[in-house]
Write a protein that binds this ligand. Structure first.
Ligand SMILES: Nc1ncnc2c1ncn2[C@@H]1O[C@H](COP(=O)(O)OP(=O)(O)O)[C@@H](O)[C@H]1O
Ligand SMILES: [Mg+2]
Length: 504
């Protein structure tokens, strides 16, 4: 009889043991490890603390674990750590769960919009700053958190900044609630304070600990904003870094980047090169330039591979190495054509979504097993150059929204093939994201007056709609609008009169 005590083979067990050992060593060698005790003391002493340290010093992965070990999660309280990017929240949570030798979603979890891996047992919770903002709407005192860590604060994204303002208020409210009698240091009890007292309803709250983490040395603006909060600096780096500057400002930094990449490639030893640029267009054009230049290198020189990473790239591709699939790329464009609709990107996406559901239905009637259905869908995605994970994500989002709508007691029905109704619905929902074509062919966003261009990825690119609704505004070398649908400009006044109705 085989033993069931452990599912893993001896080799696997050995591998796991080695990995655990390696992780222990890595953690010990991080610059933050040597100041664990001091950091915990500072958090105990100060309600607001600013932690500054180089990238890689261990702030994001280690500090929450230190605080957990120091008892900040007693009474079931949670340590929340916000990240500006979804992918960071996910990867860091996975790493920390592994460091804690626990499954993701137990002690350590993450929560991002439409994807929640936390449970009642979760004490260290990584999340996007946008998600915490939403939580604060439902629970203005953020009562389940003992500590909030605002990470990457130096990036100063809109969400992070709004969050800092909000957390300042939450801290004040919690400290009022902490005082049993509701006495405040000043006699003045303004409206927000008296409503806070109502919200506490006699419950005693511990003050909210707030930690602002930043990789930039300029902690002063955060310190000033929080009434002279204390800042601690973590010294040291995990890896040696040389900083080299150009003597003169570069007028064409893209070209300078290209030259530098080939300098490193031809003159330095083995290793990878990471180049940061401002947006998708720059990344794509640098990639093209590198490939062109690489073709001119002597045939015996080391090959150079380029792997672009930007947020709108599907996550598999973000992780994957670059694959030169020329024929595939051409085919992919052809495949996209079959879903394309000159009514715009949203309808194109709906066409894809419906075709996928049809494929699911077909495989359902042929074979009832869930696993086989998913397999068939995966295959269908492969054949049609659709990203399977994105499609699954769309299905999750759809079923969650459907759940919410049903919970609200609303009736759910489909517009069927009536795509005018569909576009009118988009207009009613996204009326703030409308853009009107100008005589010179550019567009003007109506709410902000900004001049914008259609993004080349849109199916409407090279067409001339009078008016569009957009979902995304990206700023690279220019302002671009993405995910577009053509609408009738008259619908705006009809469906959003509060915003667009004219005087007469
Ligand atoms: N997802 C990951 N996979 C493997 N190692 C990781 C991961 N995230 C972090 N690490 C390790 O932890 C170290 C500290 O990372 P982190 O806590 O993110 O530092 P900081 O927040 O100060 O930039 C990194 O140098 C790396 O060795
Ligand atoms: Mg970090």
């Amino acid at each position: 009889m085989p033993s069931f005590s452990s599912g893993a083979s001896p080799q696997k067990q050995q591998h796991n043991a080695r990995r655990k050992q390696l992780i222990r060593q890595q953690r010990k060698s991080l610059p933050i490890a040597s100041v664990k005790k001091r950091l915990v003391e500072e958090v105990k002493k100060n309600d607001t603390l600013i932690v500054v340290g180089e990238t890689g010093s261990g702030k994001t992965t280690q500090l929450p674990q230190f605080l957990y070990d120091a008892g900040f999660c007693q009474d079931g309280k949670v340590i929340g750590i916000t990240q500006p990017r979804r992918v960071a929240a996910v990867t860091v949570a996975k790493r920390v769960a592994e460091e804690c030798n626990d499954q993701l979603g137990k002690k350590v979890g993450y929560s991002i919009r439409f994807d929640d891996s936390t449970s009642n047992a979760t004490r260290i919770k990584y999340m996007t700053d946008g998600l915490l903002l939403r939580e604060a709407l439902l629970d203005p005192l953020l009562s389940k958190y003992s500590v909030i860590v605002v990470d990457e604060a130096h990036e100063r994204t809109v969400h992070t900044d709004v969050l800092l303002g909000l957390l300042k208020k939450v801290q004040r409210s919690r400290s009022i609630c902490a005082d049993k009698n509701g006495k405040t240091s000043s006699d003045r009890q303004d409206h927000s304070q008296s409503s806070t007292l109502k919200a506490c309803q006699g419950i005693k709250y511990a003050p909210l600990k707030l930690i602002i983490m930043s990789a930039s040395l300029d902690a002063k603006c955060f310190s000033d904003y929080f009434g002279g909060a204390k800042a601690v600096h973590i010294q040291g780096r995990q890896y040696p870094v040389d900083t080299l500057y150009t003597y003169q400002p570069e007028s064409d930094y893209l070209d300078a980047t290209l030259v530098t990449i080939f300098q490193i490639h031809l003159e330095e030893g083995p290793g990878d090169i990471l180049a940061f640029l401002t947006g998708q267009e720059e990344i794509e054009s640098l990639e093209r330039l590198i490939q062109e230049r690489a073709r001119q290198l002597p045939p015996d020189s080391t090959k150079i591979w380029t792997t672009p990473i930007y947020s709108s790239l599907p996550s598999e591709q973000q992780m994957n190495a670059f694959k030169p699939a020329q024929a595939g790329a051409r085919k992919a464009r052809a495949a996209r054509k079959s879903f394309e609709s000159s009514e715009g990107d949203h309808i194109t996406l709906v066409n894809v979504y419906r075709a996928a559901l049809e494929c699911l239905e077909k495989s359902k009637s042929a074979n009832a097993k869930e696993k086989t259905m998913e397999k068939a869908l995966n295959r269908w995605c492969w054949e049609n150059f659709i990203n399977y994970r994105s499609l699954r994500h769309a299905r999750d989002v759809h079923s969650q929204i459907q759940g919410h709508v049903q919970q609200m007691g609303l009736y759910v029905s489909s517009c069927g093939d009536d795509m005018v109704q569909f576009r009118r619905c988009l207009t009613a929902a996204f009326f703030l994201n409308a853009a009107m074509r100008q005589p010179d062919g550019s567009f003007r966003a109506l709410a902000t007056g900004q001049s914008v261009q259609m993004h080349p990825s849109s199916v409407l690119f090279r067409t001339k709609p009078d008016c569009v609704i957009f979902n995304e505004l990206v700023r690279t070398t220019q302002n671009y609008v993405k995910n577009l649908s053509r609408i009738d400009p008259l619908w705006l006044a009809e469906l959003a009169p509060q915003y667009y109705a004219t005087e007469d």
